[in-house]
Design a protein around this ligand. Structure first.
Ligand SMILES: C[S@@+](CC[C@H](N)C(=O)[O-])C[C@H]1O[C@@H](n2cnc3c(N)ncnc32)[C@H](O)[C@@H]1O
Length: 188
């Protein structure tokens, strides 16, 4: 059963890679890296900001099936979100995913106080990264990882976020030289 599920996921991912530019998906290498980080962290509650058609969500969920964790993923556009939901269903991940539709800032502002995440992947509006960071901070577990894409490809837009991370003594971080540049910050 597991093998069949994996084959289905691989096939869906291979199809999605054909339209990678159209849906602004992460590179496969970035997906593999996120997948490994979740398993290494044994992450239980993952937040993704920027679902698109669900490509990165599949990499995250694939790891969460192993850790027994859950993914909450936010997307502004209903049409993209419904494609993502279909992809999650096809791969059998819909039972561990909560897709939220709307403005990330509004959703983050209204999270229940006790909602906590141990792993965050940021990949939505580049200029808003700093706002996402400030809004998710109260919702992070003491040991946690924050990852964010497009750090090299959109360096200027994400600079306030990178500055905030680098000035935060609780986090150590590195920017990985993956296709768009992946920031990885760790507290623990
Ligand atoms: C780079 S794409 C995400 C790609 C996805 N992470 C993947 O690799 O498969 C960014 C997505 O974030 C969504 N987005 C942009 N600004 C947003 C906002 N303020 N709130 C929610 N979603 C937003 C866009 O509609 C777009 O689908």
């Amino acid at each position: 059963m597991d093998i069949i599920l994996d084959k289905t996921t691989e096939n869906v991912m291979a199809e999605l890679e054909k339209t990678q530019k159209e849906f602004w998906n992460i590179a496969r290498e970035t997906g593999v890296m996120l997948n490994m980080f979740i398993k290494m962290m044994n992450a239980q509650n993952v937040l993704e900001i920027g679902t698109s058609n669900g490509y990165s969500g599949l990499w995250l969920s694939k790891a969460l099936k192993k850790t027994g964790g859950h993914l909450t993923t936010i997307e502004f556009y209903e049409k993209r979100q419904s494609i993502a939901i279909e992809n999650f269903k096809t791969c059998g991940f819909d039972d561990i995913i909560t897709p939220l539709q709307g403005s990330a800032i509004m959703i983050l502002e209204n999270l229940p106080e006790d909602k906590k995440f141990d792993f965050v992947f940021i990949d939505a509006n580049k200029q808003e990264y700093i706002k996402y960071f400030n809004l998710i901070k109260p919702h992070l577990t003491s040991k946690c990882m924050i990852t964010a894409d497009n750090i090299l490809s959109h360096a200027q837009k994400v600079q306030p976020f990178v500055d905030a991370i680098s000035e935060d003594d609780e986090f150590q971080y590195e920017i990985l030289n993956l296709p768009a540049g992946l920031l990885v910050a760790y507290r623990g």
